[in-house]
Design a protein around this ligand. Structure first.
Ligand code: LLP
Length: 428
């Protein structure tokens, strides 16, 4: 049975985010609309934080999961650092919280010279270096700017993790990181560069991983490497375990996120105990596990139609708003915002207005017959929802609101056609 994420509850048959009825938000801000629960974000951050209390650690929230400025600011206020993968994400962190910049780790296989210069100047915590070429470029940029950089080599631990192939990253054949076998030599080389300090080892094995054992295996391998690096004379101050903890999209396990977080922490902390005196500071880069259940998309039904045996509910949200079902075959639960109907649930595909058969939000979802104008809620859309939204079909990207108790804040206004057209020229 589907258990709703805790920020979203029915009260008198009306779905609320915390204490605010979703229908009120839809009327005020329009649809499709992203709605986030601030209480859920705080709660999940602190559950993760507490799970790791046995070791010195920093949670560097992965900005790519949801990069809304207000969400970043909320997390910075809780003490979070940030995992970024572009100069743009650094800029977002800077706008959200200047102080948080010194808790930024910079990952990514394709950092440009410009991005390296930007981050060197801003004094981030750690560069997760993913190739020999990047090491050389970083060294060159650091030398020119006379800026020191702490680096961690992102190693590829060659650990399989059960998840969608597009978001598994820790195998030898993936583009990420350097082979563990090459790490010692690269660190030796880095240590010879004037402005670089080898300060850590980092890894990230993939995303939406629900069995925690691959995390443990990967950390075991990183710990072996850290021991070797220490014996080579490097001072390894950080171990970055990446992100990747999965959530249950039918929400059955979410009621016990504390239990999941505890198991995850155990898997990561246990191998670290082998390091005894070294005690590196643990960095974590969770995105989804903090923000996915905190967000939902509210969409309005435009039409209901029957094509042969197939029932379609055409909604005003589409794959440009939430691409996860189309791209990864992800299943997001959908329920009506108002439970006034008593009809039996029937199977339907919930689809958007975009001109592709891949434009679906759910397939064979059990939904009561929908009337045009009715509102639906798509759950667990806080992570990789809005951050992957596009303007495909020249659709305006949705508005976002953050609910905190009875208070609502518009944290991103709906795009206008003017916003979209202003970067283009109609030449010739
Ligand atoms: N650190 C690094 C280096 C990453 O590449 C990622 C995610 C994270 C941390 C955060 O992972 P998380 O804790 O959120 O699993 N768009 C896909 C997910 C892509 C994940 C990319 N990297 C989806 O919607 O499932």
């Amino acid at each position: 049975m589907f258990i709703r994420p805790p920020g979203f509850e029915y009260e008198k048959q009306e779905l609320h985010c915390e204490r605010v009825p979703l229908s009120k938000l839809a009327d005020k801000f329009g649809t499709p609309l992203y709605v986030y629960s601030a209480a859920t974000i705080r709660e999940r951050y602190s559950i993760l934080d507490r799970a790791f209390r046995a070791v010195p650690h920093t949670i560097c929230y992965s900005v790519k999961a949801n990069s809304n400025l207000s969400i970043l600011r909320l997390l910075a206020g809780l003490g979070a650092g940030f995992d970024i993968v572009s100069g743009g994400e650094l800029e977002r962190v800077r706008v959200a919280s200047k102080k948080a910049v010194k808790k930024v780790v910079f990952s990514g296989v394709g950092k440009t010279a410009e991005e390296l210069r930007l981050t060197l100047r801003s004094g981030i915590l750690l560069f997760n270096v993913e190739s020999e070429g990047e090491l050389e470029l970083l060294s060159e940029c650091a030398l020119k700017l006379r800026k020191n950089a702490r680096i961690a080599l992102r190693v590829n631990p060659d650990v399989p993790a059960e998840t969608h192939p597009y978001i598994s990253t820790g195998l030898r054949e993936h583009k990420f990181g350097v082979p563990i076998s090459a790490a010692r030599e690269l660190c030796r080389r880095a240590a010879g560069r004037k402005y670089l300090t080898v300060a850590g080892v980092s890894l990230h094995i993939g995303s939406q991983i629900t069995d925690v054992s691959p995390f443990g295996i990967a950390i075991e391998r990183a710990v072996d490497l850290i021991q070797q690096l220490a014996s080579d004379g490097h001072q390894i101050r950080f171990i970055d375990a990446g992100g990747g903890l999965g959530v249950s999209y039918n929400s059955a396990e979410q009621a016990d996120f504390a239990g999941v977080a505890r198991k995850y922490a155990e898997a990561i902390i246990r191998p670290l105990l082998r390091l005894k005196k070294l005690k590196p500071h643990l960095l974590l880069e969770p995105g989804r596990s903090i923000i996915a259940p905190a967000g939902a998309v509210v969409t309005r039904v435009l039409y209901e139609k029957q094509n042969g045996n197939k029932r379609f509910v055409v909604a005003d949200a589409a794959m440009n708003d939430l691409i996860r079902p189309a791209l990864y075959g992800a299943k997001h639960e959908i329920t009506p915002v108002s439970l006034t109907r008593t009809d039996r649930d029937l199977l339907a595909d919930v689809v958007g207005p975009i001109c592709e058969s891949g434009d679906f939000l759910a397939r064979d979802a059990a939904l009561s017959p929908a009337t045009p104008g009715e509102l639906l809620c798509i759950y667990d859309a806080g992570a990789y929802g809005m951050s992957l939204a596009s303007n495909y079909n020249s659709r305006l990207r949705a508005a976002e609101v953050l609910v905190d108790g009875a208070r609502t804040r518009l944290v991103r206004r709906r795009e206008t056609m003017k916003d979209i057209l202003q970067t283009e020229m109609a030449c010739l």
